[in-house]
Design a protein around this ligand. Structure first.
Ligand code: BJ8
Length: 427
């Protein structure tokens, strides 16, 4: 990480001493987990650079954007449509909540037995460690799980927060109508924030741009279907994590370069593991940056993660290509609202589509087994774990369910379970 940004960080009100410690602690982790990997695609150099500048160049861009009157909107969930934020002239960034560092800070306000993702995210605000929070003009939250919903109330005492209501039974006509109306209200809130009117043209352009992002990510996913996989799961998840806060146009360009390289590798049969390495799909809670714990354990144990059924994986792609042919704002908004309900989050009930998605993915990615991944105290996914694992076993697919957090304490125990699972898949 370059050190030329201290003045900017000071102006953003960050706790510089702790901030320095945080960045310094990330370097050896990244070196160990990422830079030491063998035979990485060359195009990963871009994402290494983005991580090394995580609180540098991108923050400077956002600071400059705001100096010119631009607004930054922060989110914590896939259901907040980036298309709408972009169409209002604002920039959307997905805030991270994948680090253990800020959990103690969060526990001053939040209960200990709450999901680490929620505590980590909130902790980044209260600890003054996150420049992304500091450059955000508005957080758009959503009514997904109870923990997040209630956390937004506390966050709202510290900065502007707007919450969209997501219906949990999305299959009825009135639920879909409610969701559409909610997005209309969000549009009005964004117009008030930016002073810009969302027009059919600005919304269509934004849809087309974000479609490009999902399309190029899909190419990365498609390439991972090859045996051997041309990219590690660890690298693939990093690309998706960065997709949530990088500039969209630049991200699409850079990720096209990666996709081309992977497609070339597939043609030549070049992979990051040998052909016989067990192939694993991870399904469950999203993994916010810098949460690479499970991927590191699995891939250090000789297996390859070939896909993630999660919001930092296939659930984002399930939104699909949004139809931008309508000629009115309402028509385009309708297309967005329908497409976003294709995200099969465990906060939905029933949520059988998610179970079907996992089973289908095993076949498509030629996987040998599934690890269901659950964060401690995440009730929606822990209750659903049972259903997912049962359905997989009924289909003859080996599966295990693990529960973890962001600490290092259970690494030994997790490694033992993962190694035993991989060993079983080899037989
Ligand atoms: S669409 S998965 S990003 S809500 S892990 S905070 S569910 S207790 S993150 Fe999520 Fe949107 Fe759904 Fe995706 Fe709650 Fe569970 Fe924590 Fe979670």
């Amino acid at each position: 990480m370059s050190d030329g940004y201290r003045e900017m960080w000071r102006e953003l009100g960050l706790d510089l001493k702790r901030h320095d410690e945080l960045l310094a602690s990330l370097q050896p982790v990244y070196q160990n987990m990422y830079l030491s990997q063998k035979n990485r695609p060359k195009a990963m150099g871009y994402y290494d650079f983005v991580v090394s500048e995580i609180h540098g160049i991108r923050i400077k861009e956002l600071v400059d954007f705001r100096k010119k009157g631009g607004k930054v909107v922060a989110t914590f969930c896939l259901y907040v449509p980036e298309e709408l934020v972009l169409a209002s002239g604002a920039v959307q960034i997905g805030l991270c909540g994948g680090a253990n560092t800020t959990i103690e800070d969060a526990e001053r306000d939040l209960p200990r037995n709450l999901c680490p993702l929620i505590k980590s995210s909130y902790g980044f605000k209260v600890s003054a460690l996150c420049p992304y929070f500091a450059v955000s003009d508005l957080v758009v939250g959503e009514t997904t799980c109870d923990g997040k919903k209630k956390m937004y109330e506390l966050l709202g005492r510290r900065m502007p927060v707007y919450v969209v209501e997501l219906p949990h039974k999305p299959y009825t006509k009135h639920a879909r109508a409610l969701w559409f109306e909610e997005l209309k209200l969000l549009k009005e809130r964004l117009e008030k924030l930016t002073g810009n009117k969302v027009t059919a043209e600005s919304l269509r352009n934004a849809i087309n741009l974000v479609n490009k992002k999902r399309r190029v990510l899909k190419r990365i996913f498609e390439a991972r279907k090859a045996r051997p996989s041309p990219i590690s799961g660890k690298d693939a998840i990093l690309v998706t994590q960065i997709a949530f806060y990088d500039d969209v146009t630049r991200f699409v360009e850079k990720t096209k370069e990666l996709a081309e390289e992977l497609e070339e590798r597939v043609k030549k049969g070049v992979g990051v593991v040998d052909d016989n390495a067990p192939r694993i799909v991870v399904s469950g809670c999203p993994m916010a940056i810098p949460n690479w714990k499970l991927h590191h354990i699995v891939e250090s144990s000789g297996a390859a993660i070939v896909a993630e059924e999660s919001c930092t994986g296939s659930r984002y792609l399930n939104i699909g290509d949004i139809n931008s042919s309508a000629d009115s704002v309402d028509g385009l908004l309708k297309a967005i609202s329908e497409a976003y309900l294709n995200i099969h989050c465990a906060c939905f009930t029933p949520n059988d589509e998610r179970v079907n998605d996992v089973v289908k993915m095993v076949e498509e990615f030629d996987a040998d087994g599934v690890i269901h991944y659950n964060l401690h105290s995440c009730h929606p996914y822990s209750v659903e774990a049972n259903k997912v694992v049962r359905a997989l076993k009924e289909n003859g697919i080996p599966a295990i369910s693990i529960e973890t957090d962001y600490s290092k304490e259970d690494v030994g125990q997790l490694t033992t379970r993962v190694e035993a699972f991989i060993e079983m898949l080899r037989k």
